[in-house]
Every structure is written in C-alpha cells, then in structure tokens.
Design a protein around this ligand. Structure first.
Ligand code: SF4
Length: 331
C-alpha cells in the first residue's frame, strides 16, 4: 500500500485534502508542526485530538519553534502583511516533512493549499517556487487545487486518480464548507490556525523586540503572548498582567535581574520590568502599574523588588496620565 505524509494544521483545508486522499485508499500519516508562535488557545493536545478524531490517522507532532525563530529574525523571502514570513516558513515545514517522509518510507506529501487563497504564499507562482526551493518538485500533492497544477508523481504513477481531485481556487471557502458536509467533517480550526505572526498587535511587539533586542530567544517570545507591553526607553520595557492567570505566568517567566512591581494594600496586577531600570524608569513603571489598579485617581504605594529576592522597596506613585500611557504602549 502506498503511503503519504499529510501536513495537517487542524484547519479545514488540510483536513479536507487528507480525507480526499484517504478515500482513494492511500495510507496516510499526519504531521503537525507546533511552534511558540501559535496562540496560547491552541494547545498541541487539543489539536492532535481534533485531527486524530476527524481523520483517524497516526499523527507526528514536530516542534519547529527554534528554526522558525531564526526565520522570523531574517526571512530570505520577506514578510507578508504583518510579521509572517510565510514563504520561508512553508519551505521550512516542507523540508522537515520531506525528511520525515523519507524516514517513514512514504512516497509523497499532501498539503491543503488552495491556489490564490492567500495572497503571499498561495499564489500559483508561489506554490511552484516553494516546491522548487525546498527541493520537492513533483512530490507535493495539493488535492484541493490539483487540477489547476501540473500532475505530480502520485498522479503520474497512478497511485492517485487525478480525475477525483479538485480545482478550487481563490478566497471563497464556500466549496470547502460544502465538501466538509459531504465528507462529514465536523470539527476544524478557523482559518489562519492561530499563528500570531499574522496578527497586528503581536507583530508590533515582535518588531519592538527585533529593534531593541535582536538576539532574543524563545523565552522572550513567550513573554510577548502575555499582558500589556510598554517601551520605557531603548533599554527597559514593562509588562503588566491583565488577569490572575497572567500574573502567575509573568512570575514563572521572570528571570534573574528582572524587576517585579505590585500595589500594596490594593487590588491590582503584577508588572514585570526587563532591562536596565534607572530611578526614573522605576517611577514611570510604578505609575503605569498604579493606573491599572482599582484606584485610577489617587497616588498609591507600589512595591518593587528584584525577582527571586525577598528584599522589597516601595515608592508612592500617581496613576500615569492616559496620553503618556498610550505613547508608551507597544500593543
Ligand atoms: S501563517 Fe504562520 S505558521 Fe502559517 S505559514 Fe505563515 S508564518 Fe508559517
């Protein structure tokens, strides 16, 4: 029995593409690429259970966070609308999938790409460019748009019947929704699959990091997913938690040398300062924190201390004015 590897994200297109080929009697193993750049709402376990429930195929999960981090810092083919380096990212995923395909003795790859669905990475020219650049010419079957593309090895060898493949193109997803009903596909993720690099707010935070701390690591990226972010100066930034869960996450992600801020005797969030804080930066950070307590008018006592140190200091800070606050806010 011929075996293929399908790149599944949990989104509708990749699930449909896989189903279409399963119906042709091909043995399929799924591969899901996880990354630090996915939304916190998207856990590996929930996605893998969705995929295996809908497709009933074995699934391999590969974390590409470290490689993708380097790609985001300097993509060879640039960014899309936000800080999403989709061309480089797809090439990275396909190369990884190809490696796995060879290891597991599969014959070809399947993706859910649709011609013209995404302006940056799914133009017809971009699809063949990605294929060429990843050294996979003829090995990537895109069942949803196959009839608009050159026949692949799987069709030429007769493993897959090309006449049963589709000719979908463009952004409208009406045909996919109809097909989902036909194939009894009930659960799938919304388009874009939770990649934060396609979001404006997250991209602004990433740009700030690229500018002021270009050697950043995965831990810094994890911090970008939490709280409100403020740039105090080129060497200091502050993060204010938005709820109890984020307070705990900030504490867990804090490192030696960070500063922790919190209000004394009042309900309010936790702030994490990273970088080099001068006296005036501590005052500014305390005023920002004071603004996010349950008292937005009066000065209050803000505790600050080095993370992992029992030694507490305090100062009296007035809540920062909205206009100044807005000018410091990254996103
Ligand atoms: S949307 Fe995100 S995960 Fe998807 S190809 Fe683009 S950068 Fe990669």
């Amino acid at each position: 029995m011929v075996k293929a590897i399908s790149l599944v994200s949990g989104g509708l297109d990749s699930l449909l593409a896989t189903k279409l080929i399963l119906e042709q009697g091909i043995k399929i193993e799924g591969i899901y690429f996880s990354s630090v750049f996915y939304s916190l709402k998207q856990s590996n376990s929930s996605i893998s259970s969705l995929i295996t429930r809908e497709l009933e195929i074995p699934l391999k999960i590969l974390d590409i966070s470290s490689e993708l981090l380097e790609v985001v810092k300097a993509p060879k083919y640039g960014y899309g609308k936000n800080l999403n380096p989709c061309l480089d990212c797809r090439i990275l995923m396909l190369k990884k999938a190809y490696q796995y395909m060879k290891e597991s003795r599969a014959k070809f790859l399947i993706t859910g790409e649709v011609v013209g669905e995404r302006p940056f990475s799914q133009r017809k020219g971009a699809l063949s460019f990605i294929e060429k650049d990843s050294g996979l010419e003829g090995l990537i079957l895109r069942p949803l748009s196959a009839k608009l593309l050159k026949p692949t090895l799987a069709e030429e060898k007769g493993w897959v019947d090309r006449s049963r493949l589709l000719d979908l193109k463009g952004k409208s997803r009406k045909a996919q929704f109809n097909l989902a009903k036909e194939l009894r596909l009930k659960n799938y993720l919304t388009p874009a699959g939770g990649c934060l690099l396609t979001e404006i707010g997250f991209s602004q935070r990433m740009r700030d990091l690229l500018r002021y701390n270009p050697d950043f690591n995965l831990k810094e990226v994890r911090l970008l997913k939490i709280g409100r972010h403020f740039r105090l100066n080129s060497k200091a930034k502050l993060i204010i938690a938005r709820n109890h869960e984020e307070c705990e996450s900030l504490k867990n992600l804090s490192e030696d040398g960070d500063l922790i801020f919190y209000p004394q005797d009042r309900k309010g969030p936790l702030g994490l300062g990273r970088g080099q804080f001068r006296k005036e930066d501590i005052s500014l950070a305390s005023a920002i924190l004071a603004r996010y307590t349950d008292n937005k008018t009066n000065s209050l006592r803000v505790i600050f201390k080095k993370s992992y140190s029992p030694q507490e200091n305090f100062l009296i800070a007035p809540p920062l004015e909205e206009e100044i606050l807005a000018s410091l806010r990254i996103a």
